[in-house]
Ligand binder design. Structure first.
Ligand code: NAP
Length: 338
């Protein structure tokens, strides 16, 4: 059963945890962010005043006059804010999902999120309450791997956003690491329902709301495992590969309704999901060796890209799966030693 909590603006003190990455305790990167919804007009005006590069006049050229973009994205201010938009982000209480919630609210969107743990959700809503103005963030307890709960979640979303949704971020995902032959049917089913079926069904349920908004953006959280082979991640890779193809198909199928569909595909990002596997120091060294930028990613580095894909600034981008991986997926053979 999902329930809706009264939305309260939030404090960004997400749990600290012992980090294998730095061998010391750190707080999740977004925990230190302050993101009262931007008064983008004023901020924009300031920028414009400071730099002639941002002068509207400078860009009033014959080409600009021929500009065919929709009126909602035709000024810089409109391209880079989400005021008046509504969003659903699944799995928004930790890790990448939490960073996405905060990023979207920072751009002015109203966001609904969900997770399974009710007390963790309450804590997040309380925290967020301290830094947001009222009504910007709300949440439901919902296990997205259960069909009836997905249905109930979307009914809640429809009711609080008046039947219109601009942004859907299908973020929830999990992992079971083991060789393919060792998977039980139950484990296989857990990964398929949590990672793929949930995103497929929530997208289906969200379609009328996205269409009704007149300008929709769906973003999936995929993984580099959907592109390249990763140890003990055959089934995870299959679920993310399916997400990648769905991303492309929806881009074509829903373009007529002005709904875009894109995905982000991270490599290792510092979240609770990968804390345990990266606590193995020699494995972590191998990860660094394989990653041209020689570090792990931050949740905010993913959320920034997701926000961009939701902004009118990316209005001509659809059907793309963008790796956010420190160069890992393009590293054919480039040994770090010699
Ligand atoms: N971290 C990485 O290195 C990495 C790399 C590639 C791809 N990804 C992808 O990024 C996404 C987010 O990963 P993350 O690392 O941020 O994970 P995380 O730190 O484990 O956070 C997962 C979030 O989703 C919620 N959640 C999990 N299962 C759920 C379910 N069945 N129903 C509803 N909510 C659920 C969790 O809350 P509850 O537990 O309370 O439900 C939590 O809010 C996933 O799709 C993952 O595959 C992550």
């Amino acid at each position: 059963m999902s329930r809706t909590l009264k939305s309260t603006p939030l404090s960004l003190s997400s749990p600290s945890f012992s980090s294998p990455f730095s061998l010391k305790t750190y707080a999740a990167p977004h925990s230190t962010l302050s993101f009262k919804p931007q008064k983008s007009k004023a901020a924009h005006t300031n920028i414009c005043n400071k730099s002639p590069l941002y002068s509207t006049k400078r860009f009033t050229s014959p080409q600009n006059m021929l500009d065919n973009t929709s009126s909602s994205s035709s000024t810089r201010q409109n391209r880079w804010n989400l005021h008046g938009r509504t969003a659903l982000v699944t799995g928004g209480t930790r890790g990448i999902g939490r960073a996405i919630v905060e990023e979207l609210v920072g751009f002015g969107a109203r966001v609904h999120t969900c997770c399974r743990n009710g007390s963790e959700l309450d804590k997040c809503l309380e925290d967020w309450n301290d830094v947001c103005s009222g009504g910007m963030i709300s949440g439901s307890v919902c296990d997205v791997s259960v069909g009836a709960q997905r249905q109930e979640l979307m009914e809640t979303v429809s009711s609080i956003f008046g039947g219109k949704l601009n942004i859907l971020v299908n973020n929830v995902g999990t992992n079971i690491r083991k060789p393919m032959v060792e998977f039980t049917p139950e484990e296989f089913s857990t990964l398929m329902t949590t990672n793929f079926e949930s995103a497929f069904h929530i997208s289906q349920l969200a379609y009328p709301l996205l269409k009704a908004s007149g300008e929709g953006s769906v973003v999936f959280t995929s993984s580099v495992s959907g592109f390249v082979s990763l140890k003990s991640m055959s089934v995870h890779g299959v679920t993310k590969g399916a997400i990648n193809q769905l991303t492309k198909n929806l881009a074509c199928e829903w373009a007529k309704d002005n709904i875009r569909s894109n995905a982000v595909a991270p490599w290792y990002i510092k979240t609770s999901m990968v804390e345990q596997v990266l606590s193995n120091k020699s494995y972590l060294e191998e990860v660094y060796d394989r990653t041209p930028l020689r570090r792990l990613g931050e949740a905010t580095e993913v959320s920034a890209l997701v926000a961009f894909l939701c902004l009118p600034a990316s209005s001509y981008i659809t059907g793309q799966i963008i790796c956010i991986d420190g160069g890992m997926s393009v590293n054919g053979f480039f040994p770090s030693h010699g």
